[in-house]
Design a protein around this ligand. Structure first.
Ligand SMILES: Nc1ncnc2c1ncn2[C@@H]1O[C@H](COP(=O)(O)OP(=O)(O)OP(=O)(O)O)[C@@H](O)[C@H]1O
Length: 595
């Protein structure tokens, strides 16, 4: 048994649980019934064709009809069964492919729906990082379960069942011999799948980690090369070594399962031939039917070992199904069915908020209370790591607080619909993400019904027009995935233009002046002035001018507590961290509030 990392809450169930789980991942689960039904019929026909060998060979040996059919009659039976088997197999494959295509279509939609319902903080988790791999290669691998695995597994089980029943019907002794082989194979299948699962649980987490490290290695090439260490990235070397060690360990376990299953198959074949041979020698079985039975028994054991292989192939996709399940069952944000009535539009209030990113870990914010009245501009200052960005994340409900309350528009964020909360907020954070679309489309996303004039006005104010003038295709230039064709400062200007256009009553602004060149800083300052006219602003401030211009300054200490709040003069008079920061900022004329 393995547990997933989904709070350790879910446990993998035996193989049989896979079918109901798969049914939840397709839009028309009822389509699985005909596909599986046809697989059962295909297996029945295959089993009957094999079982017909016994009377056919007996009729050949005795040169007399068996059950009213001579050799010619039995050949006709084989011909009819072959045609029926071919037709059913064709239909079954078609149905299975249709279900596989339905799965690929539905699962993308289901994942998309889930992603849209998750709190924004969910995207920082490792599983979210796997999403792109999951919706590409891994889903194709999961689709194979429907297209190539379920049908053969079911038809082989039904063929094996027919062979056993036919053997009992033909000669109870032979039926007994085949029946005894079933629990042996069932036990070996179970053991092999358990071993396979154990092996996968050992190496898969390391493989996921290795893939992440490789991406990280590519992303931090700049930093590594600047330190002359591009060929030596410790985390990647460790991950490679750990994956190699884990794979070696896992291989021992997984190979043991395969070896065992191969040995048991051979053992069963030898036992079946020996028992049948001794029955023939003792006269309990005629020699020719005994030979026919050995042929049937060989085919039967092949069918059973095919069942084991199919079961193991299904099992090898269990971790993938677990990850899919984890995404599909991830707890969405609890929110009311209808929007709440806002009692203080445009305001933000945190009361006694304590929050930590990890359950049971050190809180990042401790009993933080702060109030941003409608129409005001409040500057949040504090040393690096004091929790300023975290405050903005809690206001936007990226995460829910551990204790205390966050109110936006006078109402607790947990009592508002996500749409209602987002309609009140514009966010201009440091890590601005732009869509791989044109520059103008990236600004226009701020408001769907904006006119060209409104878009240009917002863009002018935020300094985006200057960017457009420089780009080869002007406004129609594509900005690349995430906006990589633009600099950090340019991206932030686009985000400010969006905020201006959206005209949300509250703007959360993480002032990243470091990403702006001096020439264009004036644009941002002007845009913030404009935003101030139309919205409440909670600004994570780094620049002296912004801090001085705020109506209220809230200073956090390095433990995530509010150390003081008031006007600039109040806080300077009170001394403490804020006064020290201010003096340091003034003397350095820098704005990085790092203790
Ligand atoms: N997603 C996260 N998961 C875990 N810990 C986090 C996460 N984001 C931030 N932290 C931690 O929370 C603390 C506060 O971070 P936060 O980004 O809110 O500080 P900040 O005051 O905005 O810092 P800075 O001025 O450097 O941007 C830091 O110790 C940081 O390491």
């Amino acid at each position: 048994m393995t547990t997933t990392d989904n709070a350790g809450a879910r446990r993998s169930l035996p193989l049989i649980d896979i079918i109901p789980r798969l049914r939840r991942m397709i839009s028309r689960p009822e389509a699985m019934t005909p596909a599986l039904g046809l697989a059962v019929l295909t297996g029945l026909i295959e089993g009957l064709a094999l079982a017909a060998l016994l009377p056919a060979i007996s009729s050949l040996a005795e040169e007399a009809p068996v059950w009213g059919l001579g050799v010619g009659g039995w050949l006709w039976v084989f011909a009819v069964l072959a045609v029926a088997g071919f037709g059913l197999n064709y239909l079954q494959n078609q149905k299975s492919y249709a279900v596989a295509l339905d799965f690929l279509h539905s699962i993308h939609r289901l994942i998309g729906d889930q992603v849209a319902k998750q709190p924004l903080g969910w995207f920082a988790r490792p599983l979210a990082g796997r999403l792109s791999r999951m919706v590409s290669t891994e889903l194709m691998s999961a689709g194979e379960i429907f297209a190539h695995m379920m049908g053969p597994l079911v038809s082989r089980i039904s063929a094996a069942a027919v062979i056993v029943v036919a053997a009992w019907f033909w000669n109870p002794l032979l039926g007994l011999i085949l029946t005894v082989a079933i629990p042996v194979f069932a036990a070996i299948t179970l053991l092999s799948t358990v071993l396979l699962r154990k092996g996968q649980a050992i190496h898969e987490p390391h493989e996921v980690d290795l893939a992440d490290r490789i991406v990280e290695y590519a992303q931090c090439q700049g930093a590594l090369r600047s330190c002359g260490r591009s060929a030596d990235f410790g985390p990647l070397s460790n991950a490679l070594e750990q994956t190699r060690a884990a794979k070696t360990r896992a291989q021992w376990i997984e190979t043991a399962g395969l070896l065992l299953s191969g040995m048991v198959t051979q053992g069963v074949i030898v036992a079946l031939i020996s028992v049948t041979g001794s029955l023939a020698v003792s006269g309990s079985l005629e020699p020719i039917p005994a030979l026919a039975f050995i042929g049937l028994a060989l085919r039967f054991t092949t069918t059973l070992s095919n069942i084991t292989e199919s079961a193991m192939a299904l099992e090898s996709r269990r971790q993938l199904l677990d990850s899919l399940d984890e995404v599909l069952t991830a707890e969405a944000l609890g929110e009311p069915a209808s929007p709440a009535t806002l009692t203080a539009p445009g305001s933000i209030e945190l009361s006694d908020v304590t929050f930590g990113y990890h359950e049971g870990g050190e809180p990042v914010l401790r009993e933080v209370s702060l109030s941003v009245p409608a129409g005001s501009m409040v500057a949040l200052v504090g040393p690096s790591g004091s929790g300023k960005t975290t405050v903005a994340r809690l206001v936007s409900r990226f995460y829910d607080v551990d204790s205390g309350r966050v109110r936006v528009g006078g109402v607790d964020v947990t009592e508002q619909t996500g749409e209602q909360l987002m309609a009140q907020l514009s966010m201009v954070f440091q890590d601005v993400y732009l869509f791989d679309d044109t520059l103008v489309a990236n600004v226009a996303v701020g408001r769907e019904d904006a006119t060209q004039e409104q878009i240009r006005e917002a863009a002018d104010l935020a300094g985006v027009t200057e960017i457009a003038e420089r780009l080869p295709d002007g406004w129609a230039t594509r900005v690349g995935e995430g906006g990589r064709a633009l600099s950090g400062g340019e991206r932030q200007r686009v985000a400010i233009a969006r905020a201006l256009l959206k005209r949300a009553p509250i703007v959360l602004l993480d002032e990243a002046t470091s990403a702006l060149d001096i020439e264009n800083e004036a644009n941002v300052v002007a845009a913030v002035e404009k935003l101030r006219e139309q919205a409440t602003i909670l600004i994570i401030a780094h620049r002296l001018d912004t801090i001085a211009a705020a109506d209220l300054i809230v200073a956090l200490d390095d433990e995530g507590r509010v150390e003081g709040e008031g006007t600039h003069d109040d806080l300077i008079a009170a001394g403490g961290t804020y006064a020290r920061f201010w003096h340091r900022l003034q003397s350095a004329r820098g704005w990085q509030l790092t203790d």
